[in-house]
Design a protein around this ligand. Structure first.
Ligand code: GLN
Length: 448
């Protein structure tokens, strides 16, 4: 824990990964843990961890990087994942920067600061869990938690050269996660190694009666996955994942990875996810619709900072929201409200739901014959800070390789698979069947 804070002092002025530090409390906890250390200590005992700022931490400021939550200094409870980590005796170092309400791909939509990519600080760390990925990459914490609605764990992991897993929808409790799009959101681990990732996942999974979408499934021992090699593993590579729009260097790194899998005794074949071309459109309709409903609670009364400029009640709602939300959040609320409005529901929301089912079916069909799907995590390496900020549409389109995985609800991991000529990390994405994180880890570990 001391090393963690020393490193933060050394680099965080530049990296800007943290929104809130828990220094006094963390050091006190570490001291107590040193004194109590017994032989039965869990593998995560005393491990310094950072938490994305949309995951509620009791007594520790939680803002989801929004000015509208600037006054949430003393939350009353812990998210289920935080409770579970506390039971394993990890030490929370602080809260990590993100795009406001997890909407974005660069961390430039944070209402507080812009996190930078530790590999080259002229570049973004990715998003929305950019702080979580950057803090691990910069050695400020051993592990972190992120959340992934359309790629927000995997894409920043890819941009920062670390390992990030989006678990199967329902595997990890969302209780205490500030909701963005509830049918897509999942919390997951970001780490330096695949093994660490499995240990952290093991600690946070399990059925939770506080989350009605939490799955009641048997939990395997994820570390068992590392006892098996990949001989005979059947890999599917969707042709859409190596198509036009994917950088040449990214494509080459993925093909190199596939070659390595062949050498290790796995086989791969080209397949198709024919509906994935509709994924971005369906996702931005569905996620914005859900967001517009979820964010209705931030009105300056139930939640959120209340404006000073108030005349009557309606006025107070309007000004509180106008002042508290950033541009991207407003854009999504307007899009979602429009899509859900009377007369448009069938044309947009319902249609997008149908497309979602088609995408899910595409995955299921492939998994009848293959164990995993492999491709790039993102079509490109990290962008320069400021490069995409004025062009939200091209930024949305870049989520094309991660979004289908959320729509289908299956697990996906990003592991580093090389560097571009500019020296920026490239991520390999490995996608598995529902609740088959073990095979995802087995595939990722063999490559590492
Ligand atoms: N970039 C995507 C978006 O802005 C993904 C966000 C996420 O996964 N939270 O919606």
């Amino acid at each position: 824990v001391e090393t963690s804070f020393a490193r933060i002092n050394e680099v965080d002025d530049e990296v800007q990964a943290f929104l809130t530090l828990n220094e006094e409390e963390a050091k006190k906890q570490a001291k107590e843990l040193d004194e109590q250390l017994g032989t039965d200590a869990s593998i995560l005992y005393g491990a310094p961890i950072g938490i994305k700022d949309n995951i509620v931490t009791k007594g520790l400021r939680t803002t989801a990087a929004s000015q509208i939550l600037a006054n949430l200094n003393d939350p009353l409870y812990d998210a289920t994942v935080v409770e579970k980590l506390n039971a394993e005796k990890t030490v929370t170092i602080g809260k990590l920067n993100m795009d406001e309400f997890a909407m974005g791909s660069t961390n430039e939509n944070s209402g507080y600061k812009k996190t930078r990519n530790p590999w080259n600080t002229d570049y973004v760390p990715g998003g929305s869990s950019g702080g979580s990925a950057a803090a691990v990459a910069a050695g400020e914490v051993f592990f972190s938690l992120g959340s992934d609605t359309g790629g927000s764990i995997r894409q920043p992991a890819s941009f920062c050269g670390v390992v990030g897993l989006k678990p199967t929808y329902g595997l990890v409790s969302r209780f205490g996660l500030v909701a963005f799009a509830s049918s897509l959101d999942q919390i997951g681990p970001i780490t330096r190694t695949v093994e660490d990732n499995a240990h952290l996942l093991q600690a946070i999974v399990g059925h939770d009666k506080m989350d009605s979408t939490s799955a009641n499934v048997e939990i395997p021992n994820y570390s068992d996955a590392f006892k098996q090699d990949v001989k005979g593993l059947r890999i599917a590579v969707p042709k859409e994942y190596l198509a036009e729009g994917v950088d040449k260097e990214v494509k080459e790194a993925v093909l190199q990875a596939l070659k390595k899998y062949e050498e290790l005794g796995a086989t791969w074949e080209e397949v198709s996810l024919p509906h994935s071309k509709y994924a971005v459109a369906a996702y931005y309709l569905l996620s914005s619709s859900e967001a517009s409903a979820n964010l209705a609670r931030f009105d300056g009364v139930r939640y959120g900072v209340r404006t000073e400029k108030r005349v009557d009640m309606l006025d107070m709602f309007k000004h509180s929201r106008a002042e508290g939300f950033g541009d991207e959040v407003k854009r999504r609320i307007m899009l979602g409200t429009f899509a859900l409005s009377s007369g448009y529901y069938d044309a947009y929301y319902k249609k997008a739901q149908k497309v979602r089912t088609l995408i899910k079916n595409d995955f299921e069909k492939i998994f009848e014959d293959y164990d995993v799907i492999v491709g790039p995590t993102s079509p490109t390496t990290a962008y320069k800070i400021g490069e995409k900020i004025d062009d939200p549409l091209t930024m949305y389109v870049d989520d094309i390789l991660t979004i289908p995985v959320n729509l289908a609800g299956v697990p996906g991991i990003s592991v580093p698979c090389g560097l571009s000529s500019e020296g920026l990390p490239i991520g390999l994405q490995i996608i598995g069947k529902h609740f088959d994180e073990s095979t995802v880890y087995r595939t990722a570990y063999a490559f590492e």
